[in-house]
Design a protein around this ligand. Structure first.
Ligand SMILES: [Mn+2]
Length: 379
């Protein structure tokens, strides 16, 4: 028998909303995953990709990972991992995780399926890994799955690590793998890439997206409110698998509230009450969308009086006003000016971005990042 933890999509270094607080949240939930591995005395960890948020991580992210890798090494717990789409180098370079190969961190399957053996008390367990394959590499994936599957037929217990979008779990444009292409001989398919978790125990092999350990985007809020974020704790023995989700407590609760000026205070109170069971050590982070007319100053003042909630700067979405097509509106920039005619500041920003995006996406991106940085700095 061997016990292992399946962790995925930790995205160390991610700074959601350009926020230092959010960067720390990702570090916290990664550390909690390591706490769980040590507490549960697992024999090894499998990580199914997107360890770091970026293929060239910040020094801080590398330090955070180093410190946790040292704790695991001291506890005698090796880690097997693959690269996600975020950690595959965009030019000729080594993957960041490979720096830690001397500490019991084994990176598998950079270009093709690769295999490691874990020697448990009474059996050899196969750990197969294929890093994220997209673009030209994608075409080789079915062949690599087939090769891994053949290898798995030689073992009673086997685990496959892969980081891809399987049909049924993401929108159809993003699909890279059909369900019938998935290998059949493994005991457990440990998948990464899809951030909303799912665990299918009533099929062979057992299939799991462990899901991300923090919310990388507000699209993850609904699934998070339903299922939380988790890592999977599994016992594997002679081809039999028992697996349970262990919820991560350090995840910062997030809410998205769509409302209007008349109801926003009630809606905030209702949401906070409804999800009071999620309130832990961290203040929930609320994204607020206010539709229609609103006294923006008053909203901002009111929000600052909540001491149990953190607010992102609220989004105000004014009623869409029809632009009358009068003479003189020939160019898109005239149209933009007319559309935002009640707010000269927004009108200026919109025109600037329109112009920049037309010239160069890269310049526009730099401009947007600068603007957001100064914005989050103010808040
Ligand atoms: Mn990811």
């Amino acid at each position: 028998m061997a016990r292992f933890l399946h962790v995925s999509d930790t995205h160390l270094g991610s700074r959601q909303y350009m926020s230092d607080m959010r960067e720390q949240d990702f570090f916290d939930s990664f550390k909690e995953s390591v706490d769980i591995a040590i507490r549960e005395k697992v024999d090894f960890i499998v990580h199914s990709g997107d360890l770091f948020d970026n293929w060239s991580p910040s020094n801080r992210s590398l330090m955070v990972f180093r410190d946790q890798a040292m704790r695991l090494r001291d506890a005698g717990i090796p880690t097997y991992l693959i690269m996600g789409d975020h950690d595959r180098p965009k030019r000729t370079d080594f993957p960041a995780a490979q720096i830690f190969d001397f500490m019991g961190i084994t990176l598998l399957g950079m270009e093709e399926a690769e295999f490691a053996n874990f020697t448990a008390e009474d059996e050899e367990i196969l750990i197969a890994g294929i890093s994220n394959m997209k673009g030209l590499r994608r075409d080789r994936l079915p062949g690599e799955y087939a090769r891994a599957d053949e290898k798995a037929s030689e073992y009673e217990s086997s685990i496959l690590l892969s980081h891809q979008a399987v049909k049924g779990f993401l929108h159809d444009d993003a699909i890279e793998v059909q369900k019938e292409d998935l290998p059949r001989n493994f005991t457990y398919l440990a998948f990464g890439h899809v951030h909303d978790s799912s665990l299918q125990i009533n099929r062979r092999p057992v299939f799991a997206y462990a899901g991300s350990t923090e919310l990388k985007s507000d699209r993850e809020i609904n699934a998070y409110l339903k299922n939380g974020k988790a890592v999977n704790l599994a016992d594997i023995s002679h081809g039999a698998l028992k697996v349970e989700r262990i919820r991560l407590k350090s995840v910062r609760p997030q809410f998205l509230i769509e409302t209007d000026y008349e109801n926003y205070l009630n809606d905030i109170e209702d949401t906070a009450r409804k999800y009071s069971s999620l309130m832990g050590d961290k203040k929930p982070l609320v994204s607020l969308k206010i539709f229609g007319d609103a006294d923006r100053e008053s909203v901002k003042n009111k929000l600052s009086t909540f001491d149990n909630l953190e607010f992102r700067p609220p989004f105000f979405i004014p009623k869409v006003t029809a632009v009358e097509m009068k003479t003189g509106i020939n160019k898109a920039s005239d149209f933009i000016r007319e559309f935002f005619s009640d707010d000269p500041e927004i009108s200026r920003v919109a025109s600037d971005y329109f112009r920049e995006f037309r010239n160069s996406r890269e310049d526009a991106r730099t401009m947007l990042e600068k603007e957001l940085e100064s914005y989050s700095g103010k808040d």
